[in-house]
Design a protein around this ligand. Structure first.
Ligand SMILES: C[S@@+](CC[C@H](N)C(=O)[O-])C[C@H]1O[C@@H](n2cnc3c(N)ncnc32)[C@H](O)[C@@H]1O
Length: 231
């Protein structure tokens, strides 16, 4: 299992049940079963091919009976009373929002959400904090030359993030992460490139202004971290 999935597994607490949405090869539930996760395990995927691959992984590990396989979109076939942990990883932030949006039962603090957007993390953070969820923890993981954000979220509480934090995660959480300096540098590079493109094209002036503000906030945060000795 890659470092990204290992980091997600390390965040799973023993519970009554876990569903891995978009399981693909089923590596996460198979590993959890192997390591003695005590609750029920569900692996879901919208496509037959990945779900068949997940079944194969479980069979090869001698754990096929331990995992229930659900062929469905998102959480459609997941029984809310059988799980308390929902993992949605390796998809775009907008897809993750769509899956949660269609499963209103997740608006309950008893569910722990482990979310790992591959792209558009800002869309996911915006959606969560504007729909009554709180991001309780954020962590960065480096894998294969990329840095990924892992979000632990739950329904309830009030959380406000500034525009830059929609891209990074709450500064109060993420600045403690050992990967933060590298992540901040990568984000600044990405924004500088995006700003050059927007300025050259002359289109989307509103977006240009917003991106300039985010870039400035990232720069301010860098200066703050340097002053306080965190960078
Ligand atoms: C890139 S893989 C990620 C696999 C694994 N979760 C990981 O993080 O490595 C994305 C998987 O999500 C599945 N998927 C995409 N949209 C989905 C949806 N709405 N509901 C369930 N599965 C979905 C795809 O079929 C694919 O198998």
């Amino acid at each position: 299992m890659n470092k990204r999935l290992q980091a997600i597994e390390a965040l799973v607490k023993p519970g009554i049940g876990l569903v891995d949405v978009g399981t693909d090869h089923g590596y996460l539930p198979v590993s959890l079963a192997r390591h003695g996760y005590p609750g029920a395990l569900f692996a879901s995927d919208i496509r037959e091919g990945p779900l068949a691959a997940a079944r194969r992984s479980a069979r090869e590990a001698g754990l096929e009976e331990r995992i229930a396989f659900l062929l469905c979109d998102g959480l459609d076939l997941c029984e809310p009373e059988r799980v308390d942990t929902l993992v949605i990883a390796g998809m775009g932030g907008d897809t993750i929002c769509g899956i949660l949006d269609r499963a209103e039962w997740t608006m309950d603090p008893r569910y722990s959400l482990l979310l790992q957007p591959m792209t558009r993390g800002e869309v996911l953070r915006y959606w969560l904090t504007n729909n009554g969820y709180s991001i309780e923890r954020e962590q960065l993981v480096s894998d294969g030359g990329e840095i990924y954000s892992l979000l632990c979220a739950r329904f309830g509480g009030l959380q406000q993030l500034c525009d830059a934090e929609l891209y990074t995660g709450a500064f109060s959480m993420i600045e403690q992460d050992p990967l933060w300096p590298e992540y901040l540098r990568l984000l600044q590079e990405r924004f500088a490139k995006l700003l050059r493109g927007l300025r050259n094209s002359g289109r989307e002036p509103g977006r240009l202004r917003l991106m300039e503000e985010v870039y400035d906030q990232l720069k301010e945060r860098e200066a703050y971290a340097k002053r306080t000795g965190d960078l």
